[in-house]
Design a protein around this ligand. Structure first.
Ligand code: ATP
Ligand code: MG
Length: 506
């Protein structure tokens, strides 16, 4: 291993209208090193990486690769310098095969058809070297998220990337897939590649990093190594104050049954019963956590409850009223709030402004419209309150939502759903992709809603989250609840085994 950095970013400053996204950032990576960038939502991590990949041009500062000044005007320049990037949102073409996607943009302009057989053969080699298994002939639309990510990594390796940026790669993965990814990443670093890793999950950061640099408000505020820090210290460094990793849950008197589900069956995208005889009850003032590896029917369950997907059998009652076949607007009118798992797809419209997204689902409420006319002043006021209460970092209410950082979009949707004071709230992966300060905030808001009597279902793959929030934990496996446990008594191991379908609650 050499002692010279493969990458040096010096004094990088990047401004957007109303935002100083990077403020004189120094950042470097050595060969064979896994260097983590840590910071709150909107701290400037993705921006710094987009400067490195030629997607944004810095206003000030310089980038050196292997000691040489480089001018990165577009991704093609970054790729020439053997930089690869796995984006926060994937960029594959769903209607092409895996091999075609890997070959895309590789062929010289004169050669229209790249040699797909050669591409497939080399893909197989890379797959073996790094444990990245995926069928070259499969279409991308057929692949699960974890597989798509492997295609992105193979694509970068195919272009001989020596320095790889992974922007929140684990946010979309199951715990098992995260373990597999880490094996791949460690192999890459052992081969001398430099890796830049971004994640909000501190246990991942502690497990994987050689070095950790913290960004706050666009500035580097510290750097450390796992041996010299702890999850708590990292959280405090990021947020700049003491952070509590688990919320206080005051005792709340449990009220009447708000949500009651009997024998629910829901057909999934593959044509089989994704939800298969599910039963549960949630009371006012209670948080029911649903733990489980994703893909066990959680999404179909939530979509059926909120009216986005038909139930094949069973009943769903809100306060004793059957809403089984009601459309989403009627379910919402019955008092059901929904924080969907895929928020960019199902929860917000990227091209709409922040304000438009806030009023997306309740624009016909009395407060916001009068005889069919929107009440612009009260809407503005309401939105401004939400932005400040939920700490949504945005230059203005008129900013297009896709300009917000990932975590801030989540906060926007949560603010919208909770501010409608739902009778029942279904929150799927409520803190996925959200920084530690925002997670603390979202958790305290959920606990607050519980205190005011909302019946809450939290669906999460993050066992720490489920255990910290829930009054009861139901474990979902293959479309049913295989057991319900008291989080104060059950161990992580017991719940883990139930999640894997190994044992039922006794
Ligand atoms: N294209 C853009 N136009 C305007 N503002 C932008 C643009 N891209 C990013 N920003 C702003 O720059 C700041 C930094 O955003 P960035 O996406 O780098 O944050 P991040 O650290 O990656 O956050 P997250 O953890 O939420 O992904 C944010 O305030 C964001 O709103
Ligand atoms: Mg980001």
């Amino acid at each position: 291993m050499t002692n010279a950095p493969m990458l040096e970013m010096r004094g990088i400053t990047k401004r957007f209208p109303g935002v100083l996204a990077n403020d004189r950032v120094d950042f470097d990576v050595y060969p064979g090193e896994i260097h983590t960038l840590l910071g709150e939502n909107g701290a400037g991590k993705s921006t710094l990486m987009k400067v490195l990949y030629g997607l944004y041009q810095q206003d000030e500062g310089e980038v050196l690769i292997r000691g040489e000044h480089v001018d990165l005007k577009e991704p093609a320049n970054a790729i020439e310098h053997r930089i690869g990037m796995i984006h926060q949102h994937f960029m594959l073409v769903p209607t092409l095969t895996v091999a075609e996607n890997v070959a895309l943009g590789l062929a010289p302009a004169t050669k229209i058809n790249p040699d797909l057989a050669a591409v497939s053969a080399r893909m197989v080699q890379l797959a073996e070297a790094y444990g990245l298994h995926v069928d070259p002939h499969a279409y991308v639309w057929q692949l699960a998220v974890g597989e798509r990510q492997r295609v992105e990594i193979i694509k970068a390796l195919y272009r001989d990337a020596e320095l790889l940026v992974l922007d929140e790669p684990t946010a979309v993965l199951t715990p098992q897939e995260v373990d597999d990814l880490f094996v791949t990443l460690r192999q890459m670093s052992a081969d001398g590649k430099g890796l830049i890793f971004i994640s909000h999950k501190l246990h991942e950061v502690m497990a994987l990093s050689d070095r950790i640099t913290v960004l706050r408000h666009g500035r580097v505020t510290g750097a450390t190594v796992p041996a010299e820090t702890s999850r708590g210290d990292l959280a405090n460094m990021m947020v700049g104050r003491e952070v509590r990793l688990a919320p206080d849950r005051p005792d709340v008197e449990i009220g009447d049954v708000r949500l009651s589900i009997r024998d629910l069956r829901v057909v999934g995208d593959r044509g089989t019963n994704a939800v298969d005889g599910l039963e549960l009850e949630v009371h006012a003032g209670e948080i029911l956590g649903i733990a489980g590896v994703s893909g066990n029917g959680q999404r179909e369950f939530a979509e059926a409850v909120v009216g986005l997907r038909p139930a094949a059998a069973g009943t769903v009652e809100i306060e004793g009223k059957d809403i089984g076949t009601d459309p989403p607007a009627a379910v919402r009118a019955a008092g059901v709030g929904y924080v969907p798992e895929e928020r960019m797809r199902d929860g917000a419209i990227g091209d709409f402004t922040v304000e438009e997204n806030f009023i997306l689902t309740n624009h016909d409420s009395a407060e916001m419209s009068h005889r069919g006319f929107l009440q612009f002043d009260s809407i503005k006021e309401h939105c401004e309150e939400l932005v400040s209460a939920y700490d949504v970092k945005t230059p203005s209410l008129d900013t297009p939502t896709h300009n917000l950082s990932g975590g801030n979009i989540q906060k926007l949707i949560l603010a919208r759903e909770l501010s409608a004071n739902p009778r029942v709230l279904i929150a799927a992966q409520p803190t996925r992709g959200v920084d530690i300060g925002a997670a603390e905030y979202i958790h305290s808001r959920l606990v607050e809603a519980r205190g005011s009597g909302t019946a809450i279902v939290v669906i999460s793959e993050d066992l720490d989250e489920v255990l910290a929030l829930s009054d009861r934990v139901a474990v979902m496996f293959e479309g049913t609840i295989v057991g319900t446990v008291d989080p104060a008594e059950a161990t992580r191991e017991e719940i883990g085994l139930m999640m894997a379908g190994v044992v039922d609650a006794g």
